[in-house]
Design a binder for this molecule. Structure first.
Ligand code: HEM
Length: 471
């Protein structure tokens, strides 16, 4: 039954475009404004399609935990990025379930939470430190984002293909970057939500660019796959790609999502998604971290004090130090809250009608998790716009408070599967970079700019900092 009359009220919308004009720039701020006006559940229209906006963490967890909420909104990225609905992010139903379980298992088998992972990540941080010193000597300031991106892509590559990218050859990083840039552009142009724009303005909407960058990344990953298959020995997988090859090799049931040509498409889709979903989110979180720490010297000083006390200067930080470093953890949690790099999460679509808090939510309804609002709601956080890690510490600052209201990885059945990896990378980078450096404002640009480039991901404006060695 498709009865949208039982949806909660929301702002008035235009025919054909719905509320898209209001949401075109900084849509998350508009949705936050509407949440103040209409409350935790309200309806907007993406083009002609109704979407329920959920602006309360508890309701969001409840709704996204429902199995009917595991469908996906068919954005341009779903239709183009994995060349159809393949992989994990872009699939639904049995295929999604099978692929998600397999990817989680493979990530665990090849690194996640394993002692082998830590030296890989630390090797990249050491390299980032050398780069920063070099950049500093040559230019007097450093663009940290460049280093963070290379480091994160290497951490992901180690698990996926067992290889690190050489710092001289950043071709893979550029491919992922170009595709992510194309997605950001498609959000700004409206194409991301209004797929039909591709037929009217394929160039101006960024459609042609999106197809090209997606094809380039797809071809690169496919080649990686094919090269792996030349040296792969069944029964001895070396990394995530080998694990897929093994699974494809053993798939005999034509109904399996690992079988035949579709099996390979799912595998390539999933590998592309690890980089698409993991790179920009994690590296932008680190980028925000350095921006905030640089312009909040008292927070940086407290972080330095904790690192010096627990780790000292004679060894690398380790994940085992985490429980003894509540301030470092609180800084990371506060960055995840204040930057909200994925401000509206990923849009889902209901696969069945459901009753929810007195409303009949129809099949096909889009679901928007208003995470930015949840993280910036003054009723919850008080001084929400202030960077204050202490909000995540108990009174004597000896223990981290884990808040149910912090939901950067979304919630429910499709919650980010890279969360543990992202958290390890964030911890080791923060502890190692700030063990080694003070970061200070660029003297030629000393006023902090916390504005962002809008899109699926909130990116900092480009900035540079001065780094000063502490050892
Ligand atoms: C700070 C870093 C990260 C943030 C903020 C983040 C955030 C998110 C969010 C909001 C979702 C949507 C969940 C949903 O649809 O319910 C998601 C999904 C996903 N993320 Fe992450 N992510 C991060 C890092 C990573 C990393 C490092 C990986 C790599 C393994 C990754 C892989 C994925 C995948 C494969 C999905 C799709 C899950 C599914 O549809 O079942 N993410 N992420």
């Amino acid at each position: 039954k498709n009865d949208s009359s039982r949806l909660p009220a929301g702002p008035r919308s235009l025919p054909l475009l719905g509320n898209m004009l209001d949401m075109k720039r900084n849509g998350h701020l508009k949705l936050s404004e509407w949440a103040e006006q209409y409350g935790p559940l309200f309806t907007v229209r993406i083009g002609m399609t109704p979407a329920l906006v959920v602006s309360d963490a508890k309701l969001m967890k409840e709704l996204f935990g429902h199995s009917a909420a595991t469908g996906k909104f068919k954005t341009i990225t779903i239709l183009e990025l994995a060349k159809g609905s393949y992989g994990v992010i872009n699939t639904e139903g049995e295929i999604w379930h099978e692929q998600r379980q397999f990817l989680i298992r493979s990530l665990i088998n090849f690194g996640l939470g394993k002692p082998t992972m830590e030296p890989w990540i630390l090797a990249d941080v050491h390299e980032a430190i050398d780069w920063m010193k070099k950049d500093m000597d040559e230019h007097g300031t450093v663009e940290v984002f460049k280093m963070y991106k290379v480091g994160v892509i290497n951490a992901l590559s180690c698990i996926v293909s067992g290889e690190r990218q050489s710092k001289e050859d950043q071709s893979f990083c550029h491919l992922v970057d170009a595709m992510l840039e194309a997605i950001q552009y498609s959000v700004k142009s409206g194409l991301f939500f209004l797929y039909w724009l591709k037929n009217i303005i394929p160039e101006a909407s960024g459609y042609n660019y999106l197809v090209k960058t997606t094809d380039d990344l797809h071809d690169y990953v496919e080649k990686l796959f094919d090269t792996h298959s030349e040296t792969f020995t069944p029964g001895s997988p070396r990394d995530v790609i080998d694990a897929y090859l093994e699974q494809l090799h053993n798939a005999t049931d034509p109904k399996s999502s690992f079988f035949g040509a579709n099996g390979k498409k799912n595998a390539i889709g999933a590998i592309m998604e690890i980089f698409e979903a993991g790179l920009v989110t994690t590296s932008q979180t680190l980028n925000w971290l350095t921006l905030y720490l640089t312009h909040h010297p008292h927070v940086q000083a407290k972080l330095h004090e904790e690192i010096d006390r627990v780790v000292g200067q004679n060894r690398d930080p380790s994940l085992q130090d985490k429980p003894k470093m509540p301030y470092t953890e609180a800084v990371i949690q506060e960055i995840l809250r204040i930057s909200s790099v994925v401000p509206l999460g990923v849009l889902h679509e209901l696969v069945n009608d459901i009753d929810f808090h007195g409303y009949l939510l129809p099949k096909g309804l889009l679901l928007i998790p208003n995470m930015y609002h949840i993280h910036h709601d003054k009723k919850i956080w008080g001084d929400a716009e202030k960077f204050r890690p202490e909000r995540f510490l108990n009174e004597d600052e000896s223990r981290v408070i884990r808040s149910d209201l912090l939901v950067p990885f979304q919630a429910g059945k499709r919650q980010c599967l890279g969360e543990p990896l992202a958290k390890d990378v964030l911890f080791l980078y923060t502890a190692k970079i700030y063990q080694h450096f003070h970061t200070l404002p660029d003297p030629s640009n000393p006023i902090p700019n916390f504005e962002y480039d809008d899109g699926c991901v909130l990116a900092t404006k480009p900035y540079r900092v001065v780094v000063k060695s502490r050892c």
